[in-house]
Design a protein around this ligand. Structure first.
Ligand code: NAD
Length: 354
């Protein structure tokens, strides 16, 4: 492998992957391609360059920017407007142009250079209504999936890849699912190898979390810098649950996928913290209090938020069966690692304080 392009390479996921690959693939050029749309991504540019990764300022909406990269051997497509609330205000253009058309432009340039692609998709491709109506028990600090479920692909292990796909899934989820469908067509029509990872919540250092995306970093930042928080929806209970995967665990999987592409060939996998690493907002608060030693005001808000769901747990059994991969760094490690990064790294705290 001579050259790997990482789109969205100055973002949370992309920058961490780029730096990790640059350490492992000594004679390979690693390019981080990004238009710096996400606030905070600009802070990753010097970090990328310090770690030997070349940064290219470009836009996936513009196919010429992608073609200008020249021939490469693999693309990891991490660019996105990743907020689940994106487009809800009425302006859907950026979301659709980046997440759908951008992904297709990426597939086109991969086709041109005969390069395989690893696509970062999301658990948000699964429709909301069956997730809202799944069987949960309400425990003291969280909702929990019951072992008896009446929906295909749903069990106490979480949500599997054969979960039914009918129904609305949020504008964000819709763009990612539409991209998945088109990438499937590129696989079929042009024999372009594409692996799709449907990730649950991803978390770790260098995530510039905000209320609608990057919840772990956002929650810790509020505790570090005394900002108020809200438990939104679900009776203001804070019992909604997400699985959370440490970025290091995702990188381990990406490396396996690069090393043995045939093993993962042209398939779609759910990839997340699973039952091993998950938290409700209430539990997240407890962890943040422990690590920061600070208590902040958290107010309940009864009104449900657009596209919210009570629980998402990735059923990782397919990917584990395929290659043995499992998450290893649990939610406690995630919180400690983010806290350390947030408080130790010059410049980062000012971004969260604002
Ligand atoms: N972080 C999560 O919890 C999570 C969960 C599931 C899936 N994902 C997926 O993982 C990928 C990476 O997400 P992330 O958390 O790193 O988000 P991020 O916002 O940190 O990174 C995305 C990067 O894409 C860049 N970008 C946006 N529009 C672009 C454009 N038009 N052209 C070029 N670059 C553009 C942004 O500037 C940013 O640096 C996304 O595809 C997202 O859908 C993320």
């Amino acid at each position: 492998m001579k050259k790997i392009v990482i789109t969205g390479g100055a973002g949370f996921v992309g920058s961490n992957i780029a730096i990790a690959l640059n350490c492992d693939y000594e004679n390979c050029e690693i390019i981080a391609f990004d238009n710096l749309y996400r606030k905070g991504s600009e802070l990753n540019v010097p970090r990328l360059e310090l770690n030997g990764v070349e940064f290219v300022n470009g836009d996936v909406r513009n196919s010429q920017d992608l073609a200008n990269l020249g021939k490469f051997d693999l693309m990891i497509e991490c660019s996105a407007e990743p907020s689940v609330l994106a487009g809800k205000g009425g302006d859907t253009d950026y979301l659709i142009q980046t997440n759908l058309h951008g992904a297709i432009n990426c597939a086109d340039v991969c086709r041109k250079f005969d390069a395989p692609m690893i696509f970062l998709s999301t658990s948000r491709v699964y429709p909301i209504e069956p997730l809202v109506n799944c069987e949960v028990s309400e425990k003291e600090s969280r909702f929990e999936l019951r072992s008896s479920q009446n929906i295909l692909g749903l069990s106490e292990h979480g949500i599997a890849e054969d979960f039914p796909m009918n129904g609305a899934r949020s504008l964000y989820g819709g763009t990612k699912y539409a991209a998945e469908i088109m990438l499937g067509e590129y696989r079929d029509a042009f024999s372009l190898p594409i692996v799709i990872n449907r990730c649950g919540v991803l978390a770790g250092p260098w995530q510039f979390g905000k209320a609608d995306q990057g919840i772990a970093a956002f929650w810790i930042a509020a505790h570090c810098f005394n900002k108020p928080l809200k438990y939104i929806g679900f009776g203001g209970s804070g019992k909604q649950v997400r699985d959370m995967l440490h970025i290091d665990d995702l990188i381990r999987l990406i490396k396996l996928q690069i090393a043995e592409p045939a093993k993962f060939a042209n398939d779609t996998y759910n990839v997340g913290g699973g039952n091993f690493s998950s938290a409700s907002l209430l539990e997240l608060t407890g962890l943040c209090r422990d690590v920061t030693g600070n208590r902040i005001e958290i107010t309940p808000e009864l009104e449900m938020r657009y596209a919210d769901i009570p629980i998402y747990i990735s059923d990782n059994r397919k990917i584990t069966e395929c290659c043995g991969w499992k998450p290893e760094k649990n939610i406690e490690i995630i919180i400690k690692d983010i806290y350390k990064w947030m408080t130790d790294t010059p410049g980062v705290n000012t971004l969260f304080k604002d």
